[in-house]
Design a protein around this ligand. Structure first.
Ligand code: ZN
Length: 382
């Protein structure tokens, strides 16, 4: 994974590179979260970037992320070629992997029959990053965690288990003395940064914030958070899977993978110690989001109706409309594990690939506030 692709190494380019060393264009896939498999030069400042999934079968989540520098300032064309897969994400550009902007519409041409996208890019000796979404490596998420642990000293972080690549999988608690808990799980699927990272962070920050409702909530509930369930996949630039090639959100019945096992073992130990899990949310992103996956109507009848009350409160108290999609509780999804095995209501929270990031944050804040209010009203300590 950690290679710098120097296009001069490609046979097709050796002559032009020898003749024009100052115009050498370098593609970089050496950083965590990168995904670029190879590059070919087509002449006239045109390149094809080949993007392949790490594992198959895989759904259509063609994540790409790479850097480009050039010995001279110029405009180049880069065609993203996903092989058998089709272009999905509008490319985002960044000078530093921190601030990102969508590529201008006039600088991208999508070929819907080939499934490719051709980008016009200005390159120079200053690297630009091109990625499907804002790059969020495990280090990025953990730096954010470190900053909130300083701001919110009541939070405690511990290791819940190891990943396939023997990295730590972390869990946070807001108050381990309290028996009633809510659980949040984020980023099982690496490319799903809009809902899985941006939305999740805003949701969590609202719950650990200074508002009256957040303070009341934290007096009653412990918030248990798994902030990045698939750090290996995020750093490998995987389209969907963990480092074993498993889609983690299909592993909540079999529990073949250490990442899902870590959550199961942590939560079930907590329950043995007297914790009651009142609600669970699993954060994702879809091309057709925002929406939430909720319980089917037969199962909903058996509940305290936290989910429909929550949705009603969101819609009564904000301008957000909630699209709830019912799914079978037979599916091996995270939220179904919480409903079937833990006995609490649970949802999958999906935001959308290209939804404005401020809207994603605002929605997450409103949903978090309304969930805290709903849980305080719907559940009791006995
Ligand atoms: Zn997902």
């Amino acid at each position: 994974m950690r290679i710098v692709i120097r296009i001069c190494l490609f046979t097709v380019l050796s002559l032009s590179c020898k003749n024009e060393p100052k115009t050498e264009v370098l593609f970089d896939s050496s950083f965590a979260g990168a995904r670029l498999d190879s590059v070919s030069f087509k002449g006239n400042d045109k390149y094809i970037a080949y993007i392949n999934p790490a594992f198959e079968p895989v759904n259509k989540s063609p994540w790409f992320a790479f850097g480009i520098t050039s010995g001279s300032e110029k405009e180049i064309e880069v065609t993203l070629d996903y092989g058998a897969y089709k272009h999905r994400y509008i490319p985002k550009l960044s000078p530093d992997k921190k601030s990102w902007e969508k590529i201008e519409e006039s600088d991208i041409k999508i070929d819907t029959s080939l499934g490719t996208a051709t980008l016009r890019l200005n390159v120079s000796s200053k690297k630009i990053y091109v990625a499907a979404q804002e790059i969020e490596s495990s280090n990025d998420t953990y730096s954010w965690l470190d900053s909130i642990l300083i701001l919110r000293p009541f939070l405690s972080k511990e290791v819940a288990g190891q990943t396939v690549l023997k990295n730590n999988n972390y869990v946070l608690n807001s108050n381990k003395e309290l028996n009633r808990s809510v659980v949040m799980i984020a980023r099982q699927h690496p490319p799903e940064i809009p809902g899985g990272t941006i939305g999740f962070k805003a949701f969590y920050e609202e719950m650990i914030g200074d508002s009256e409702i957040a303070n009341s909530f934290r007096n009653e509930f412990n918030i248990i958070v798994f902030p990045l369930l698939n750090p290996d996949g995020a750093d490998m630039g995987n389209w969907r899977h963990n480092a074993n090639g498993t889609d983690l959100n299909r592993d909540w019945v079999d529990f073949k993978e250490p990442e899902t096992q870590a959550v199961k073992s942590y939560i079930e130990t907590k329950i043995k110690e007297g914790t009651k899990i009142e609600f669970a949310i699993d954060f994702h992103t879809s091309y057709s989001g925002p929406y939430m996956l909720v319980l089917d109507s037969v199962n909903e009848i058996k509940t305290k109706k936290i989910i429909p009350n929550w949705i009603g409160n969101i819609q009564n108290n904000s301008s957000f409309k909630v699209e709830a999609r019912r799914r079978s509780q037979e599916l091996p999804y995270c939220y179904n594990y919480f409903f079937n095995q833990i006995g609490c209501e649970a949802v999958t929270y999906e935001d959308g690939d290209e939804v404005d990031r401020d809207t994603i944050r605002k929605r997450a804040g409103v949903y978090a506030r309304e969930l805290m209010k709903t849980l305080l009203l719907t559940t009791t300590s006995q």
